[in-house]
Design a protein around this ligand. Structure first.
Ligand code: NAD
Length: 251
């Protein structure tokens, strides 16, 4: 299959990012997978898995909250693969669950909001230069549409992605670049375990009881949406934060 272009996925070592990297490779994109240095080996394994299927892939270690690192990451993608056509700003952290009276703000906002801002900015600049449009995607959350008590900074960080997505779509549309976000409900990834701690089982049970589809999500669910949003077929969709939550919450 000839290449459909080059996709960069941040936070790709596990969970949703890993699933969407595999899916975008299946769809025919060259896929550059990003994560932090601690997850370098997991990225190597993912790159090998994609290459074993006859696709092109490489890794790029960078902390998405650092401006210079994101700028260099985009430069590295273009140097090694020739272009950047799809940017998926997926990396995120959950932070500790608890009252906002004791919450940590800076670290969560730095990774979950400044990260996507920097990814959108440097991808946008590169795509404008290429003059052939592009797709920019970011990770919001059900918590970004309706703030969740005990997850104050996380909720705020994901609401920021929603507004960022609308604002960036407004600026980049004239260049043929669409900007959208996905807002997952409960998805079965390592984050789900770390975010919910000992309450994981109770939270999952409650979600299943309430959500019309009667299951929690799996990373493949989000990968399917991203596959569509990254494709040419999604050309008339921009500025949207698309809920993907089994009907747990209706917009
Ligand atoms: P995960 O914790 O399983 O994976 C996130 C990845 O991001 C990890 O590999 C981590 O190392 C990486 N990462 C963290 N900080 C980084 C940084 N500074 N730079 C680069 N990479 C970094 O999480 P997931 O469940 O796969 O979530 C993916 C995205 O979807 C996140 O933005 C998350 O907030 C969002 N989301 C997840 C759920 C869910 O239920 N799992 C629900 C709503 C939204």
């Amino acid at each position: 299959m000839s290449s459909k272009g080059v996709a960069l996925v941040t936070g790709a070592a596990q969970g949703i990012g890993r699933a969407m990297s595999l899916r975008l490779a299946e769809d025919g994109f060259e896929v550059v997978v990003n994560d932090i240095a601690n997850n370098s080996e997991a990225l190597d394994a993912l790159v090998h898995e994609i290459q074993a299927k006859g696709r092109v892939s490489s890794k790029c270690i960078a902390d998405v909250s650092q401006e210079e690192a994101v700028k260099e990451m985009v430069e590295q993608v273009v140097r090694n693969h020739g272009s950047l056509d799809v940017m998926v700003a997926n990396a995120g952290i959950a932070g500790k669950d608890g009252s906002f009276l004791e919450a940590e703000w800076d670290r969560i906002l730095a990774i979950n909001s400044r990260g996507p801002f920097l990814c959108y900015k440097y991808a946008g600049l590169q795509m404008i230069k290429q003059q052939r449009g592009g797709r920019i995607l970011g990770a919001s959350s059900i918590a970004g549409k309706q703030g969740i008590a005990t997850q104050t900074p996380y909720s705020a960080s994901k609401a920021a992605v929603r507004a960022l997505t609308q604002a960036a779509a407004g600026e980049l549309g004239r260049y043929g670049i669409t900007v959208n976000a996905y807002a997952p409900g409960l998805i079965d990834t390592p984050m789900l375990g770390s975010a919910t701690g000992g309450a994981r089982e109770a939270i999952v049970e409650e979600f299943i009881r309430t959500a019309p589809v009667k299951r929690i999500g799996v990373p493949r669910d989000i990968a399917s949406l991203v596959s569509f949003l990254a494709s040419k077929e999604s050309q008339f969709i921009t500025g949207q934060t698309i809920s993907i939550n089994g009907g747990m919450f209706f917009d």
